[in-house]
Design a protein around this ligand. Sequence first.
Ligand code: HEC
Length: 200
Amino acid sequence: MTARTPRSLGAIALMSLVTIGCARGCTSSRPPIHINPSMDDQPKVRPQTSNGFFFDGASMRVPVPGTVAIGGLKEDDAFFTGRTADGEYVATNPRTTDEAFVERGRQRYTIYCAPCHDARGDGKGILFQRGNVPTASFHQDKILQYTDGQLFDVITNGQGLMAGYRWPIPPADRWAIVAYVRTLQRDRQARAANAPAATQ
Ligand code: HEC
C-alpha cells in the first residue's frame, strides 16, 4: 500500500490536470478534450448531401411509390373533395356543425374570405372597393342554392377570378368556413323574413 500510494496520487493528479486542465476559462482553437467520444461521432448521412453509395448520388432517398404518411390516408371522398364516390357534390357538411365548429369557421372566414367578400358576405371587400372587381355575394340566389359540397369545391379549387384555397386552408377548416357561410346566409334570410314589411 505504501508503495502504491504516491503512484496513485500521481495518477489522480495527472487525471485531474487532463480533465480540468483548461476545460473552463481558457480559449483554444482546438476541439475540446473529449475523454469518452462514445457514440458522439457516428457514420451517418446528412440531409441534402451527396453520397456515392446510391446510383443517383443523393443521400436522401425518396419514399417507395404509394407511401402514405401517418394520418395522410385520404379515403373519405366527401370530406376531402366535397364529392361523393360518383362525383356528385355532397348535400351537407360531413362534419357536425356545432357552435365551436362554426366559431372556428368565423375565425377562418375573417382571415381568408372577409378581405374580399366582406364580413357579411356581400362581396363588397377590398377588391370591389379599390378595383370595382365583381366579387360574388353569398346572398344571391345562385349561391344560396349551392350545396355544401359545391361551396367546399369553390374554396378548394377557386372559381373564375377567385383563386383556390386548397393549400392555405386545411380541409376541416374549409368545412368550418362552409358552415359559417351558411350561418351568414341563414341569418340574412331570417332578418329579411322578420323585418317589418316596409323595410323588406
Ligand atoms: C382575393 C379575393 C377573394 C378572396 C380572398 C376570396 N374570394 Fe371568393 N370570390 C372572389 C371573386 C372576385 C369572386 C367572383 C369570381 C368570378 O365570378 O369570376 C369570388 C367568388 C366566390 C364564390 C362564388 C363562386 C361562383 O360559383 O359563382 C364563392 C362561393 C366564394 N367566392 C367563396 C369564398 C370563400 C368561402 C372564401 C374564403 C375561403 C373566398 N371566397 C375568398 C374573390 C375572393
